[in-house]
Write a protein that binds this ligand. Structure first.
Ligand SMILES: [Zn+2]
Length: 169
C-alpha cells in the first residue's frame, strides 16, 4: 500500500493554485512529445527540459511547466509523489534522465519512488530506476518551518532546533 501525501505548503500558494490549469496527465509517449512541443515550440532539439511533476491519486504522471507549483499541478488533490523531472527531448520519444522528490509543497519521502516508477512504466517511459536526487524533508516541531535536510544535518535552518529523525508531515 503506497502512501498518499497531502499539500503541506503555505495557504496563500494553495489559494493561488485554485482554478489554474492542472498538470497534463501523461497517458502515452506521443502525447507527452506533443505536450513538450506545445510547451516549448522554439526549444532546440538537444534540450534537456525540466518539469514539475506529481503522481496523482489514480497513479498517473502529471507534468507542468517548471515554474508551476506542485499543488496546481495536482489540482489541490492528494499525490503519491511529487518533484522535478528532466527529460532528454533530443529524440522523438522523450526520455527521463533525472528525477527528484523535490517538492516543498508536498514534502514526499524518497520512499515514494515505487509510485513514480509505476506511473512511468504505465506510459511506458524509460527511467533511471531511482530518484537521481533524493530530498529529505522535516518539519521543525519548535517553529513549524519546513526544512530540507542536507548531509544528515537534522537542524532547523530557522531556529536551530533539532529536527526529528522520522518523516513528520
Ligand atoms: Zn525551527
Amino acid at each position: 500500500m503506497m502512501k498518499l501525501y497531502r499539500y503541506v505548503g503555505p495557504e496563500e500558494i494553495r489559494q493561488r493554485a485554485v482554478g489554474r490549469t492542472p498538470g497534463f496527465r501523461v497517458e502515452s509517449v506521443p502525447a507527452l512529445a506533443q505536450w513538450f512541443r506545445a510547451l516549448l515550440p522554439e526549444s532546440k532539439e538537444e534540450d534537456v527540459i525540466g518539469v514539475t511533476f506529481v503522481v496523482d491519486e489514480e497513479g498517473w504522471l502529471r507534468v507542468a511547466d517548471r515554474r508551476s507549483e506542485h499543488v496546481a499541478c495536482a489540482e489541490g488533490r492528494l499525490v503519491f509523489s511529487a518533484g522535478e523531472m528532466f527529460f532528454d527531448c533530443s529524440e522523438s520519444a522523450p526520455r527521463v534522465v533525472e528525477v527528484s522528490n523535490h517538492s516543498t509543497g508536498f514534502c514526499p519521502e524518497p520512499e515514494s519512488w515505487p509510485a513514480v516508477a509505476a506511473a512511468l512504466d504505465r506510459i511506458p517511459l524509460d527511467h533511471p530506476g531511482r530518484f537521481t536526487r533524493e530530498v529529505v524533508f522535516r518539519r521543525c516541531l519548535k517553529c513549524g518551518q519546513r526544512n530540507l535536510v542536507k548531509d544528515k544535518w537534522f537542524v532547523c535552518g530557522m531556529c536551530q532546533a533539532e529536527l526529528p529523525k522520522i518523516w513528520n508531515f
